[in-house]
Design a protein around this ligand. Structure first.
Ligand SMILES: *[C@@H]1O[C@H](CO)[C@@H](O)[C@H](O)[C@H]1NC(C)=O
Length: 404
């Protein structure tokens, strides 16, 4: 079950030049649950899920477990996912909203044959209405929390913006477990993870894509941009600093250290970091994160979140992440997440503990908290990930204009 999107995307690069895919920022499942006062119940019911969220590899139950290699694993769930974009499958086109996810490598959307509650809430792919659909016959399974997503595989014409990818392998889910997918504002997931056999594609000029994640919460503002084929200089400032990919399954790089201003340094002997647009927070080993939460004055709630007093944000220390000799500073304004509960604001730590299995150094995940401050560039040609300071002024100006 090797279904990758980029094998195909990459080859059309030259002809299409730069392709801009607008991203929208929408309410995460967590935010929706909180707003409707259901978060605590949900977390209690899903304790084993929520606190042990590692995604296993694809293995359909009842079918001998297939060991498919790391690239088929989803490291983290989508409970906090906020940035989505539009794709279409089939002829005529059927639209789907998907998470563009650098932390997984599969494309799936709900199937018209799916009767799960989650599928009832989303657009479903109707194979019988498409003249370009090819049945594959294989099944797939992805382990999500307590349950398995089950589906069937096929091939279709995939359209992302003006880009057309013929014969794209994808999955149609016929069973979607649990409640997260019921509330999710996205229909499916398009993985942009790392595949070794991509490296065999020699026909590629610029096998690069990049992400800009907006910080603006204004409903009319762009939520961000996925750019296929290069990077957009209007969206970042200063130099791009590159990091070699250390393990070509996820977009994984070396992290030299992470330091709380004037205090502790974590992973002083180096760690590994996965760059994951599908994860919202910064995830690290539980012991390190616990110490870090204390240093930033975050206090735990009964459901494992860490609260911060919003009034104290301006006095909290900076957190500096060292990658390949370059310091990436996160101020509290960046690493504290704000949410409106009725008419008052609550603040949360943007760090979360999770001991992820790793055969090498301790593993961290740099999610949207980091990636909204730093424009990220994924270069398959040279096996590297680049970061540059994201420029948020364009939209900040727009905000100011709209306020007037
Ligand atoms: C799919 O989305 C595009 C872009 O928003 C829109 O123009 C088109 O009408 C949609 N098609 C369907 C069938 O909903």
């Amino acid at each position: 079950m090797r279904w990758t999107v980029l094998t195909l995307i990459c080859c059309s690069w030259t002809a299409h030049g730069l392709i801009r895919i607008p991203l929208r920022q929408m309410l995460s499942v967590r935010t929706q649950l909180r707003a409707s006062n259901r978060l605590e119940d949900f977390m209690r019911d899903h304790q084993p899920d929520v606190f042990n969220r590692r995604y296993a590899q694809c293995y359909p139950p009842g079918i001998p477990s297939l060991r498919l290699g790391k690239s088929s694993e989803r490291l983290y769930n989508f409970m906090d996912a906020q940035y989505y974009g539009l794709i279409s499958l089939g002829t005529p086109k059927q639209n789907f909203t998907v998470v563009f996810d650098t932390g997984s490598s599969d494309l799936w959307v709900p199937s018209s044959y799916c009767v799960s509650e989650a599928c009832g809430m989303h657009r479903k792919f109707k194979a019988f209405e498409s003249s370009t659909f090819t049945h594959d016959g294989r099944m797939f399974g992805i382990h999500y929390g307590k349950g398995h997503m089950l589906g069937i595989m096929g091939r279709e014409v995939l359209k992302i913006g003006p880009l057309t990818v013929k014969n794209q392998e994808f999955g149609e889910s016929v069973y979607e477990p649990g409640f997260v997918f019921v509330m999710a504002k996205f229909d499916g997931v398009l993985g942009l993870g790392y595949f070794k056999h991509i490296m065999n594609q020699k026909s590629v000029d610029q096998p690069i894509f990049s992400f800009y994640l907006s910080k603006s919460k204004m409903p009319m503002d762009p939520g961000g941009e996925l750019l296929l084929g290069g990077m957009d200089e209007a969206l970042y400032s200063g130099p791009i600093n590159w990091n070699p990919v250390t393990l070509k399954s996820y977009w994984q790089i070396k992290m030299s250290s992470i330091q709380v201003q004037g205090a502790l340094t974590f992973c002083p002997r180096g760690c590994q970091a996965i760059i994951d647009t599908g994860t919202s927070l910064i995830i690290g080993p539980t012991r390190d994160i616990l110490a870090l939460q204390q240093l930033i004055g975050a206090t735990p709630t009964s459901i494992g979140e860490y609260l911060i007093d919003c009034a104290r944000i301006s006095s909290l220390p900076q957190v500096t992440i060292m990658l390949n000799g370059v310091e990436y500073v996160l101020t509290a304004e960046s690493y504290v997440k704000r949410e409106l509960m009725g008419d008052h604001e609550i603040c949360f730590s943007g760090f979360q503990g999770e001991d992820l299995p790793s055969s090498t150094d301790p593993l961290w995940i740099l999610g949207d908290v980091f990636l909204s401050d730093y424009y990220s560039i994924y270069d398959r040609g040279q096996d590297r990930v680049g970061f540059a300071k994201a420029r948020h002024t364009r939209y900040a100006t727009l905000d100011a204009e709209m306020d007037r």
